[in-house]
Structure formats: C-alpha cells, structure tokens
Design a protein around this ligand. Structure first.
Ligand code: TYM
Length: 333
C-alpha cells in the first residue's frame, strides 16, 4: 500500500543528537518506537536526525560522538535491528533533496508562525538561521520520504506533524496521490514535565531532566531539587513540582501509589523526602538494565557500524524510489 509491492506499514521517527537522552525522550519517543517495532508487518525506521541537530548551537568536534551516543541509547533501550532499521539521517542525502522540493510548495509565513520556531527565537536569538525556519520542512521530508503512516513522537511534536500532513495534502492535490497523511502515535506518557515544575522536560533547560545514563545518586540529587510545598492541602496540585513528582510516581510506581500519595496529601500530609527517595530507586531500577546494555554496545563498535550500514542500505532503497517518483510528478525528470 505505501511503496510499490510493499504492504508493510511504514513507521519513521527520529531524535536529535543534542546530548544524552532524558526521560522525556525515552517515555514520549522511544517507548513508542519500541511498541511499534514489536508489531507484525510494520517496517520501522528510526533515525538520529543529525541535520536537525545543527540548527542549534553545537560543537563540530564532538558531534560524531553525540550522534553515536543516541545510536547506543537506541540499542540500549531495546531497539532491535532484527525488528527495525537504525539510520543516521545525513547518510541518506535524499532527505535534503526532498526537503528542498517540498519547501517550494509551502508558504514561509506559516513556518514563521509555528510555536516551535517562536520558542527558538526566544531561546537562541543570536542563532536564527535558515535551517531553523526550514526545520519542519526537513522533518516532513524525513517522514514522507518513506511514505510513513505512523510517527511515534511526544506531544510536543504535534505542530510539526500537522505541517507534514498539510504538505502531503498539498503535494497530493497538485501532483496526484503520492503520500499517505501520516498520523501521530502517542505513548501513554507523551508529555513529561520539567523537574523545575515549569514547562516540559528538555535538554535546553538546565535542571529540567533526568538522563538515561544517570546513576542513583545523580537521580536523587536531581529529584531533591524539585520544588515542593508543605505536603498537605485541600486540593492536590495540578501544576508545579508536586504535580511533576506525582506524574513520575504514576509512571514508575503505578497508579495505585499515586492515589495513595494523593490521599495522604488531603489527609495526613506527604513526606517528600521519602517520596523522592522511593521514586529515585524506582526510576533507577528501570534505567539500570538500559545502562548495562549500553555498555555492551559501546564495547562492540563493529557490531554497531554493521547495524547502521544495514539501516542505511534499507532506507536508501526506499528513498531513491520516492525521490524518482516525486521528481517525475513535479516534472523535473
Ligand atoms: P527531539 O530530539 O527533541 O526529541 C526526540 C523525541 O523525544 C520526545 N520528547 C518528549 N516527549 C515527551 N515529553 C517530553 N518532555 C519530551 N521531550 C522530548 C519528542 O517528542 C521526540 O519524539 N523534531 C524532532 C526530531 C525529528 C523527527 C523527524 C521526529 C526530526 N525529523 C521525523 C519524527 C519524525 C525533535 O526535535 O525531537
């Protein structure tokens, strides 16, 4: 249905190599990747989107290490090369080629209005480059190049996915049905709040995240800094540090535990010190096996290279077909 002679359902997603992955990336992104790789008849491609990463300030000398880190974390979290394909975006040049072609169909004014673009303007006023404006178009190209049907991402990527769907519609209307309109695939925790109690967990916000590589001591220190209150009140807080702690309790210790704490809040009061201790242990319990697996792949670089090479070959095959079809339809060949 999606590619000639191929009835598999195509999945694509990607992560920027901005440093170690955090709990937001894991719970909102990777958990979705894992769900879908385990489905029958799905063809999943998961990329490290290095070309997106360079739209924000970065260090060219360490960038290859950063890219490698994401690959290691993908594998450590359980992405299995027997069930999915791993890819470095820049190794398939058709991503950029398709982005240019699609960019000619989309109004600049709409890109300027996107909330993610406006946020970047505030975050990095001295680094406003063309790549930032083009970011959603390149993302659309990533997705449409593989005629993707489902995109596992966190809620924060919703506006970008809408642009992708719109570009698919514009292209199909003008040049004939070519792309499916990809749908977002959300996990049960598709929005992980920041540990500061304001906004989302994000690499660009200091003090907001727990990394997948963090040890128990570091997790404890980070949780200790989450702002709290007296532990008691008439209404359980829906915002701020306490809400963040309760959200994490629900994810890592279960819904019942959260309900227990909510009851305590309304009656006897919560002891945040022990809540944070217990939560740190529960988080670390989930991260420990990931850290162990990461070590294994770190020590076997040849194996990782081979996995990436297989991914590149698979993706290239599909990418070449799509680019040819697009160019033919646009009258370029
Ligand atoms: P990036 O690198 O910011 O994040 C990677 C994944 O992590 C998710 N995520 C979160 N989920 C829940 N709560 C959070 N606090 C949180 N923080 C991050 C993101 O939603 C994402 O799934 N634009 C994309 C990368 C990209 C892409 C693509 C994704 C480029 N091309 C094509 C899908 C398909 C991004 O910046 O993700």
């Amino acid at each position: 249905m999606n590619n000639k002679g191929n009835t598999k359902i195509r999945i694509f997603s990607g992560t920027r190599p901005t440093g170690f992955l955090h709990l937001g990336n894991y719970l909102g992104g990777l958990k979705g990747y894992l769900d879908l790789q385990n489905k029958q008849n799905y063809d999943c491609i998961y990329a490290v989107v290095d070309l997106h990463g360079i739209t924000s300030p970065y260090d060219s000398k360490t960038y290859q290490d950063k890219i490698r880190e994401v690959v290691l974390e993908y594998l450590a979290c359980g992405l299995d090369p027997k069930k999915c394909h791993l890819l470095i975006q820049s190794q398939v040049p058709q991503h950029v080629e398709l982005a240019y072609l699609l960019g000619t169909l989309y109004p600049v004014s709409r890109l300027e209005q996107l909330p993610t673009y406006k946020e970047k303007k505030k975050e990095q006023p001295h680094y406003m480059n063309m790549g930032l404006l083009y970011y959603p178009v390149l993302m659309a190209a990533d997705i449409l190049l593989y005629k993707t049907q489902f995109v596992p991402v966190g809620k924060d990527q919703g506006p970008h996915l809408e642009v992708t769907r719109e570009i698919a519609r514009i292209f199909n209307r003008r040049f004939g049905k070519t792309f499916p309109e990809p749908q977002i695939y959300l996990t049960s925790s598709s929005y992980i709040p920041s540990l500061t109690g304001e906004g989302k967990m994000s690499k660009s916000k200091e003090g907001s995240y727990i990394n997948l590589v963090d040890d128990l001591r570091t997790i404890k220190i980070k949780l200790a800094r989450v702002p709290t209150d007296t532990g008691k009140g008439k209404k359980v807080p829906q915002k701020g540090g306490v809400a963040v702690l309760l959200a994490l309790v629900e994810i890592f210790e279960g819904e019942e535990k959260r309900k227990d704490y909510e009851k305590l809040y309304l009656e006897k009061g919560i002891q945040y010190k022990s809540l944070k201790e217990e939560l740190a242990i529960a988080i670390y319990k989930e991260l420990k096996p990931i850290q162990k697996k990461r070590k294994y792949f770190e020590e076997n670089p040849e194996l990782v290279n081979e996995i990436l090479e297989q991914g590149r070959k698979h993706a290239s095959r599909i990418a070449k077909q799509t680019i040819l079809e697009v160019k033919q339809k646009m009258g370029i060949v």
